[in-house]
Ligand binder design. Sequence first.
Ligand code: FA5
Length: 338
Amino acid sequence: MTERLADLLKEALQELSKAPAMDAVLQVKAKYLGRKGGIAALLKEMGALPPEERKKAGEAINRAKDRLEEEVEKAIASFQEREREENLRKERVDITLPGRRISRGTKHPVTQVMEEVGEIFYGLGFDIEEGPEVELDYYNFEALNLPKDHPARDMQDTFYVNDEVLLRTHTSPVQIRVMEKKRPPLRVIAPGTVYRRDSDITHTPMFHQVEGFMVDKNVTFSNLKGVLTLFLHKLFGEKTGIRFRPSFFPFTEPSAEIDIECVICGGKGCRVCKGSGWLEILGAGMIHPEVFRAVGYSTEEYTGFAFGLGIERIAMLKFGIDDLRLFFENDLKFLRQF
Ligand code: FA5
């Protein structure tokens, strides 16, 4: 029996050492250590031995069993370790590889300028108001001192919905809507979309304006000049030259157009400023008494100034773009530059 035990152990250890994978180890374990395995068979045979030999044989079998169990456990542990290493190798992340870029959107240049303008006036204590884009003829024209037969209506080519309803041609109707609801003192800006039947490299049928107005006792042209100069200096830089030119708007008197020194050529004269060195940037003036009458304000008690500027015009100058239509073609290659 001793010999058979030794052979069995030798054979088992040999098979174990040759096991190429975990299942082979488990097969060896079952073959020798299982309930119907070689060791169990020897233990059964042991019962037939005389008692004095039985004890010795029992001890020997148990030693062999312990040894074999130990070797099997080692083999299992070694295959588990190999498997773990294999998994780690497969799952290895190369942290030096470049990551996947998340493509981030950018704000449209018109939105950027709109926000910048809003922030400057917000800092000066102006409130922000809005009005409808589909507007009544009354607010867009009549209450702004532009009766139906007024020749100045031709200054803005209008999209009409019907005789009384139109797409607003400017943000000035917001002046009327706000003044109808509120009493002075007022400091308001009204940014928004406006529409005109216009299309070339400096005009599009849809564009954006910011209206601004201030109404109180003793508001003067100096206030208008001070506020707009400060605003333009913040937007284009302290050194930018500014010029006020007499002009005409039916809803302001006196009226002015305000030019800035050409930001492209620095005032020397170029294609953009048509050689003049100046660029028209906004329209403004003291609110006309007829406008105050339309909203029931006392023309004795109150005065005010108003101005309107084209956002795309400002964006063109700030970003050096020479065709306004590019803003609305949704070309991402163009828009991502800003
Ligand atoms: C007005 O619209 C007046 N409501 C401005 C105003 C308000 C004057 C308050 C006095 C008091 P004007 O039509 O000039 O004015 O337009 C103002 C600006 O809008 C222009 O200087 C120009 O920058 C821009 N603009 C006009 N038409 C277009 C167009 N088709 N496309 C893009 N921008 C335009």
